[in-house]
Every structure is written in structure tokens, then in C-alpha cells.
Design a protein around this ligand. Structure first.
Ligand code: IMP
Ligand code: MG
Length: 222
């Protein structure tokens, strides 16, 4: 079966839906997230409900493609935590799970030099690997990780990302499964961060430019 799914475009319609969410669900989310996110997050781009629905569809497609194989899920830390947890509970097939820690020493919203903070422990030789990341942006992270993983001789590697920002791509990397195609916004929430914050928001929101213009130092002190 063809692994590539039709991507969901998040545009005008989502904007309309999300403004409603801000008024009702937003208050609940803000309490749960424990912060005053309304001042820092310009608007909700993808709601909890949209994420939940989309993940079910992705999980079904992955299940079909991986059925009967020795599956190892390799998830990149830290941005994938929420996506991984929600996706995995819908994957009804035997699997093993491991993490690869990657950190990019970049400034603000730009990625920089990649450093590995955790190595794989499971043996992936001969296995079918599902590599999970939060967002495919320039593609530099996956361009770095893929040869490292392929050197361990898995049978095949399929890439699954929650978000895809194709307009920013500089490397020739393609996701086999992608939740939502988004425009060139810097987004946070549902695992994604700016200066290690906002990961706990239950939705994906557009970060207000005044936040990243302040720079990491100011944000980290808060
Ligand atoms: P790439 O290497 O440029 O493809 O970027 C991949 C990594 O950059 C992701 O795993 C994220 O950690 C980070 N990133 C890229 N775009 C965003 C964004 O809009 N919000 C938060 N993190 C991002
Ligand atoms: Mg990040």
C-alpha cells in the first residue's frame, strides 16, 4: 500500500474553527497548561479535536503498512512526547519503542548545530523502523538522523511527523506520514517548544512574534 497520506492543509477554515475554540476550549486549556498563554500565543492553529481525529487516521495507515513486521518506533526527543503517546495508543500491533535525543543549538526560531543527547539502545537491524518527529521544517534534523539510523541496517525506515512546513525545506526529505501541512508560522504546543516552553499546551498555536523577538534569554528568565 502507498504509505504517503494526503496532507491536511490548515488554513482559513481552521482559523475560523479555532477562533471559537479560543473562547470556549481555550479557557479550559489555559487552566490545564497553567500559564497565561493568551498573551504569548497569537491564536490556536490546530485544535485538540483536529489532532485527535487526524492521529486516528494516521494510526490506521501505519497499522496497515506495518502489520506482520518487526516494528520499532524511534521517537526524537523532546518535541514528540504528546504526539507519540497519542499515536501509540491507537497502534494496534506489536512494537518496540526507543528514543533518540537530538538537540539543536540554534538561536531563537532557527535551527543550529545538532547534538545527540541520547543514543538508541534497541537493536534495529533487520527491523521496520517508524521514525517520529514533531515537525519537518528545513529537513536538516532528519537529514542528519537518517544516515545514522540507516547505518544500523534496519529493513526499512518510514518517517512520521505531526506537522510539515514544506515552504521552509532546504533538504530533500519527505515524510511518509504527516498529520498537518502548515504555512511558515512558528508554532508551539502539543510537545513543540520555544526556549523549552509551551510544550504542555494541548493544541498547536502560533507563537506571537513579540515573544521570539524578545529572544530566548528573556523567555527563559520568566
Ligand atoms: P528542521 O531540522 O528544520 O526540519 O527542524 C526540525 C526541528 O526544529 C523540530 O524537531 C523542532 O524541534 C524544531 N522546529 C522547527 N519548526 C518549529 C516550530 O515552528 N516550532 C517549534 N519547533 C520547531
Ligand atoms: Mg524544539
Amino acid at each position: 500500500m502507498k504509505a504517503k497520506l494526503k496532507l491536511r492543509r490548515v488554513g482559513k477554515r481552521a482559523k475560523q474553527e479555532t477562533s471559537k475554540v479560543k473562547a470556549s476550549k481555550g479557557r479550559r486549556a489555559s487552566k490545564r497548561a497553567g500559564g497565561n498563554w493568551q498573551d504569548e500565543v497569537e491564536r490556536v492553529l490546530i485544535t485538540e479535536e483536529q489532532i485527535e481525529q487526524r492521529i486516528k487516521t494516521l494510526a490506521h495507515a501505519i497499522e496497515r503498512d506495518f502489520r506482520g513486521r518487526e516494528m520499532v518506533v524511534v521517537s526524537l526527543l523532546n518535541g514528540t512526547v504528546m504526539f507519540l503517546a497519542d499515536l501509540m495508543r491507537h497502534l494496534n500491533l506489536p512494537l518496540r519503542l526507543d528514543f533518540l535525543g537530538v538537540s539543536s543549538y540554534g538561536l531563537g526560531t532557527e535551527s543550529g548545530e545538532l547534538v545527540y543527547t541520547k543514543e538508541l539502545r534497541l537493536d534495529v537491524r533487520g527491523r521496520d523502523v517508524l521514525l517520529i518527529d514533531d515537525i519537518l521544517d528545513t529537513g536538516k534534523t532528519l537529514r542528519h538522523v537518517l544516515p545514522k539510523l540507516r547505518a544500523l541496517k534496519p529493513r526499512r525506515v518510514k518517517i512520521c511527523v505531526l506537522l510539515d512546513k514544506p515552504s521552509r525545506r532546504v533538504e530533500n526529505v519527505h515524510a511518509d506520514y504527516a498529520g498537518f501541512e502548515i504555512p511558515d508560522y512558528f508554532v508551539v504546543g502539543y510537545g513543540l517548544d520555544f526556549a523549552e516552553r509551551y510544550r504542555n499546551l494541548p493544541f498547536v498555536g502560533v507563537l506571537h512574534p513579540h515573544v521570539y523577538k524578545q529572544g530566548c534569554k528573556q523567555i527563559c528568565r520568566k
